[in-house]
Design a binder for this molecule. Sequence first.
Ligand SMILES: *[C@@H]1O[C@H](CO)[C@@H](O)[C@H](O)[C@H]1NC(C)=O
Length: 129
Amino acid sequence: MAKLNQYNLSMAIALLSSILIVASMVTSEEEFMITIPPEPEPGFYKTIEECIEKMSRECGENIVKAVLEDEDISEQCCVELVRGMGKICHDDLLQFYVSLPQLGFNVTHLNIRGHQVWNICISKTPSKM
Ligand SMILES: *[C@@H]1O[C@H](CO)[C@@H](O)[C@H](O)[C@H]1NC(C)=O
């Protein structure tokens, strides 16, 4: 059997804080009852950890709120998303959030908005810096 919890503590903390940002907008009572499901594929949580580290906390919040609550995204955060994180990380993070059923996300809505946010950010990011 493979070890289930190979990912390290700093990753778990980073994950938890990103989840709590989200959870505080969804429900306050259940935010400490979130369990992390088994990895959908080996190395997925390591990838998530590396993705989270590529973005500032402020922009992480901005993007999550943009996806969940249709908030405007700043140009600076779009640059971090498009140039810093990239499409694969963006999609992986979406996949991670929808894999947490306790957060009660509308998967269809999250996927549509995730796609829209990415496209909005592409159009807001200058082609040369
Ligand atoms: C989920 O989101 C989709 C797309 O925005 C919407 O059509 C659907 O009604 C939503 N479902 C629920 C249960 O809210």
